[in-house]
Design a protein around this ligand. Structure first.
Ligand code: GDP
Ligand code: ZN
Length: 330
């Protein structure tokens, strides 16, 4: 039997909940898709494409663009109340300065990793995005933009070789030019029917590529000046755009385009390099870090040409960068 005090609280709580429900006169549960959040309120669309501003029920945790939710209309205030979050297929997060993770976008299907001849790509940056994508079962697609700069760039063969490394491990690669409108149909076809995000170094042409399918876009090239009601810059606030022509979604915010990778333990890091996986159990030492250990199956695979040497170097570089903070809470 429960103590008296506890039962009383429960009854009070029940009354409160009953009152709350009575306010939901139109209490039919509806489905919604989260577009953005502004402080305490959420902007969602219903199945018919209507935009509704909602509050959310307490204890639901963070809700981000791309989340599918259940909501009800509160006819007293004529606003919506989000009551539940549907299970997510993926959740992209970014760490803050103190390494606390913040959810940014949910149910993303594909990450377009954009690189360009200028600014020149850093392979570990590409590999960090690949690790993040793999960790969330999001499909990565590598996009080389500014094709128009290739013929005059002495690094062109190097770049094409780099693209080849990723094509060989089964990643879709597309070569485009936002400026010359080259191969954009191919890019757009890849986006169709999916929820997409564009990431990559500043200056590679993400905004320019986004402008090719959202000419009327609120996304302005280089515009980071949106400020919230407190005058703070809202550069990390993500927003979902539905693109009717491509029947797809784009989740974007200037802040999420360059999300850094969180800390990984060495084993998770190595297995995030997908072409390493078949070799990882054949190393002589079970805790092999694949640096220069004797009997390392990965080093043998590189020597035999089965794994790209640059990918091994990239793995080793990321491993070194993660080492000092390995014991931190992830
Ligand atoms: P973001 O920082 O990745 O969003 O890059 P932006 O879209 O702002 O583009 C950075 C610069 O690259 C701008 O000056 C663009 O005009 C330029 N740019 C974008 N796409 C291309 C391209 O295909 N070819 C060339 N030559 N320049 C481009
Ligand atoms: Zn090894």
């Amino acid at each position: 039997m429960q103590p008296m005090a506890k039962r009383k609280i429960n009854q009070q709580q029940q009354r409160r909940i009953a009152n709350k429900h009575a306010q939901l006169l139109d209490s039919e549960e509806l489905s919604g898709l989260v577009i953005a959040h502004h402080g305490q309120s959420l902007e969602i669309t219903d199945d018919a494409g209507n935009v509704i501003i909602c509050k959310k029920r307490q204890n639901l945790g963070p809700i981000v663009p791309g989340d599918r939710v259940k909501w009800q209309l509160d006819s007293v205030s004529n606003t919506g109340v989000v009551t539940a979050i549907e299970p997510r297929t993926s959740l992209l997060s970014r760490p803050d300065a103190r390494d606390n993770m913040h959810a940014v976008a949910a149910n993303v299907d594909q990450i377009f990793i954009v690189i360009a001849p200028r600014p020149a790509p850093n392979q570990t940056t590409i590999d960090r995005y690949l690790l993040a994508a793999d960790a969330q079962n999001v499909t990565p697609i590598l996009v080389l933009n500014k094709e128009d700069l290739l013929p005059i760039d002495p690094k062109q063969t190097e770049l094409l070789e780099l693209i080849q490394v990723y094509a060989q491990i089964g990643i879709s690669t597309i070569i485009v030019s936002a400026k010359k409108l080259l191969n954009l149909a191919q890019l757009h076809a890849h986006m169709a029917k999916k929820t997409n995000v564009f990431v990559g170094q500043s200056g590679v042409g993400k905004s320019s590529l986004i402008a090719t399918f959202m000419p009327e876009a609120n996304i302005k090239i280089g515009d980071l000046s949106l400020a919230d009601t407190h005058g703070r810059h809202t550069t990390t606030t993500a927003r979902l755009y539905h693109l009717a022509e491509l029947d797809c979604n784009l989740i974007d915010s200037p802040g999420m385009r360059e999300f850094p990778l969180w800390k990984l333990d060495p084993a998770t890091l190595a297995s995030g390099f997908i072409e390493f996986r078949p070799f990882l159990h054949d190393c002589k030492f079970r805790n092999c870090l694949h640096n220069n250990e004797p009997g390392c199956a990965l080093l043998t695979a590189v020597e035999a040409g089965k794994i790209s040497h640059t990918r091994l170097l990239s793995y080793q570089k990321i491993l070194t960068e993660m080492k000092p903070t390995r014991n931190n809470k992830a």
